[in-house]
Design a protein around this ligand. Structure first.
Ligand code: FAD
Length: 286
């Protein structure tokens, strides 16, 4: 099933995420994580793509498992910087053959060495390429606080318009911890006449160490309310996990109450976190 159709079903859609291991021998562990997550019947499960495509075979295998064994729509991430058109064709053919028809088209992080294929420069180049090469449903990334490289949020929004014009079917946001930032972002999209559906990205923070890592990698603002939780419970792993899950559940309840029906949960290969979160939302999801 295409994700663009799922997003229009009028229900609260929760999707989950896994990432591939660094070694082939550990792929089976990730497949077990997928099986546990599949029991929760999420709207779809996404699988990330390792930096510079280093683990692309694992992403492919995991996406195929989600789609064909778990029978849950799979969203395979695909990055394009440093990839050639031939490499993209090879993966697209494999995805088509295994009925993986949802792809999140990303640029990825620019390699430090400047000698790499320049077939794709921006994610919008990959979006257009995929749309021209099969009946795929293609998503793109967006950043409620602006992409770290963008000169301004306004300029970043103009680049989202290019993604829309390239044929993107939906956007998934970078994680955010303050829903007001997301609501402002939706307002800016409206002003720019960008009408593509947006999936809100929420990450349950379950360990104090995660906060620093998330801030460093994504530049996401951690609001004072959440900082207070980390200060209070950061040294108590069980309490921190519970507080982080409740915080994410509250974010989702507020989003849903304000008309946002599509939420992607950055579950980071933790089915127990996904299960606890779903339990917190049991009545709301009925
Ligand atoms: P782009 O859309 O190309 O944007 C990158 C920068 O270029 C932005 O500043 C933008 O404003 C600017 N820009 C965009 N288009 C143009 C244009 N036409 N002309 C001029 N400037 C332009 N990384 C991975 O390695 N693997 C993953 O699986 C992965 N999954 C992700 C999932 C989500 C939901 C998100 C939000 C990010 C993910 N990332 C992943 C990280 C992502 O690869 C990085 O954030 C990367 O730096 C930018 O990717 P992008 O697709 O947003 O790039």
């Amino acid at each position: 099933m295409k994700i663009k159709d799922i997003l229009q079903n009028g229900k609260l859609n929760l999707s989950l995420e896994v990432f591939p291991p660094k070694e082939w021998l550990k792929v089976d562990d990730t497949l077990r994580v997928v099986d546990q997550m599949a029991l929760l019947r999420p709207s779809f499960i996404s699988v990330t793509y390792g930096a510079a495509g280093g683990t692309k075979a694992y992403t492919k295998k995991i996406a195929e498992h989600i789609q064909n064994e778990s029978k849950i729509p799979a969203l395979a991430h695909l990055t394009c910087v440093g990839a050639s058109k031939e490499q993209a064709d090879e993966l697209l053919t494999a995805f088509r053959q295994s009925s993986v028809t949802n792809i999140l088209a990303l640029r990825g992080d620019i390699p430090s060495d400047s000698e790499y294929p320049k077939d794709f420069i921006h994610a919008s180049d990959l979006i257009r390429y995929i749309k021209d090469h099969g009946d795929f449903c293609v998503g793109g990334a967006c950043y409620p606080e602006g992409h770290p490289e963008a000169a301004s949020i306004d300029r970043d929004m103009d680049m989202l318009k290019i993604k829309e014009d390239s044929g993107v079917d939906f956007f998934t946001t970078q994680m955010f911890f303050d829903n007001n930032i997301f609501y402002c972002f939706l307002n800016k999209l409206y002003q720019k006449q960008i009408n593509t559906p947006v999936i809100a990205g929420v990450m349950p923070i379950t360990a104090a160490s995660q906060v620093k890592r998330v801030m460093k990698l994504s530049g996401t603002v951690v609001p004072p309310r959440f900082r207070a939780i980390v200060e209070k419970f950061g040294d108590n792993p069980a309490a921190m996990q519970q507080a982080g899950i409740v915080y994410a559940a509250e974010q989702i309840i507020d989003l849903y109450a304000n008309g946002v029906q599509n939420v992607h949960v950055y579950t980071m290969n933790k089915p127990q976190v996904a299960t606890a979160l779903k339990n917190n939302l049991q009545e709301i999801l009925k």
